[in-house]
Design a protein around this ligand. Structure first.
Ligand code: FES
Length: 280
C-alpha cells in the first residue's frame, strides 16, 4: 500500500469513528466503554496518518538545481504542463481528509458537555424549611419543648417533608443559661431548644453523635466536632464551618416552628470556595 493510501485509510477510519461517536451517544444513550474505544480509534487514526505523512512523504532529500531564466511564455507553459498535477490533487485530497478528521474529532470532544446534567438552579441553597414550618419527628408529630428532656437529641423535619434529606435537623434541648449564642441568634432557641443541620459541613456525612458531657456533636466520618452551645462552631477535625442553625420559635399552641429556612446552605461548602483566599 502506498504512503498516500495508508494516510487516506487512516484518516477515513478516524472520520468514521468520530462520526460514530455522536451516533452511539444519541442512539445508545451513552456507553463509556464504546465511546472510549471510538475516541481511541479516531485519535489513533489521525495520529497514524500524521506520522506516516511525516515519515514517508517528507523523507525525500531536498535537491536543488540552479535555475535559469525562461526565455519565453511558451517555455513557461511547457514547464507548467510538465508539472505532476496528479500529485497536487492527491495532496489536496489528503489535506481535506486531514482537516475533516481533525475537525470531527474536535467536534466529538464537545459531547461530554451534554452529560453535565441539568442546571442545579437554587435547590442546593434551599431546604424544605419555610417560615412557620412545624418541627416534627420522624413519626410526623409536632414537638413542644416541654416534651423534650434536657440534653436529649432528636432528628426532626419540617411538617409534610419527613425524610427530606437536606432538611434533616438535630433538635437538642439545653439549659438556656448555658447557651452562648451570638446576639442575633438569641431568639432562635426557644426554651433552650436549638436546631442544627444534621449534614456535616466537611463532606456531608450525617452528624449522628451527641456527647452531653461537653455538649458536642460529633461526625463519625472524620471526627469533626461541633460546639452545640456556641452555634455549632467546629472545635476539632476537618470541618471548617459551623453546622447551620435553624431559627426556631414557638407557635400559638406552643409547638416548635421554623422562623425561616436555614440562613445559609447546608452541607459541605461549595458556593463560597471561589471566594476563599488560597494560601501562598
Ligand atoms: S464528613 Fe464529617 S468530618 Fe468529614
Amino acid at each position: 500500500m502506498t504512503a498516500e493510501r495508508s494516510i487516506a485509510v487512516s484518516l477515513i477510519v478516524s472520520i468514521l469513528a468520530s462520526l460514530a461517536l455522536p451516533v452511539v451517544y444519541v442512539l445508545v444513550g451513552g456507553n463509556p466503554q464504546l465511546e472510549g474505544i471510538l475516541l481511541a480509534v479516531a485519535l489513533g487514526g489521525l495520529g497514524l496518518a500524521i506520522v506516516i505523512w511525516a515519515i514517508r512523504l517528507f523523507e525525500a532529500p531536498v535537491e536543488e538545481e540552479p535555475r535559469h531564466e525562461f526565455g519565453s511564455t511558451a517555455a513557461v507553459e511547457a514547464t507548467a504542463d510538465a508539472l505532476d498535477l496528479g500529485s497536487i490533487t492527491r495532496r489536496r485530497f489528503l489535506g481535506s481528509l486531514l482537516a475533516g478528521a481533525g475537525g470531527l474529532l474536535a467536534a466529538a470532544l464537545v459531547l461530554p458537555a451534554f452529560s453535565l446534567g441539568p442546571h442545579p438552579t437554587r435547590q442546593l441553597f434551599e431546604t424544605a424549611w419555610r417560615k412557620g414550618s412545624r418541627v416534627v419527628g420522624s413519626d410526623g408529630r409536632p414537638i413542644r419543648p416541654d416534651q423534650l428532656a434536657t440534653d436529649a437529641v432528636q432528628t426532626v423535619f419540617p411538617e409534610g417533608n419527613v425524610g427530606h434529606a437536606d432538611s434533616q435537623t438535630l433538635l437538642i434541648k439545653l439549659r438556656p443559661e448555658d447557651l452562648q449564642l451570638a446576639a442575633e441568634r438569641q431568639a432562635w432557641a426557644p426554651q433552650g431548644v436549638v436546631g442544627y443541620s444534621k449534614i456535616c459541613t466537611h463532606a456531608g456525612c450525617p452528624v449522628g453523635l451527641y456527647r452531653a458531657e461537653d455538649h458536642s456533636l460529633l461526625c463519625p466520618c472524620h471526627q469533626s466536632t461541633f460546639d452545640v452551645l456556641r452555634g455549632a462552631v467546629p472545635t476539632f477535625g476537618p470541618a471548617a464551618r459551623p453546622l447551620p442553625q435553624l431559627p426556631l420559635e414557638l407557635d400559638a399552641e406552643g409547638y416548635l416552628v421554623a422562623r425561616s429556612d436555614y440562613t445559609e446552605p447546608v452541607g459541605p461548602s461549595f458556593w463560597n470556595m471561589t471566594h476563599t483566599e488560597m494560601p501562598d
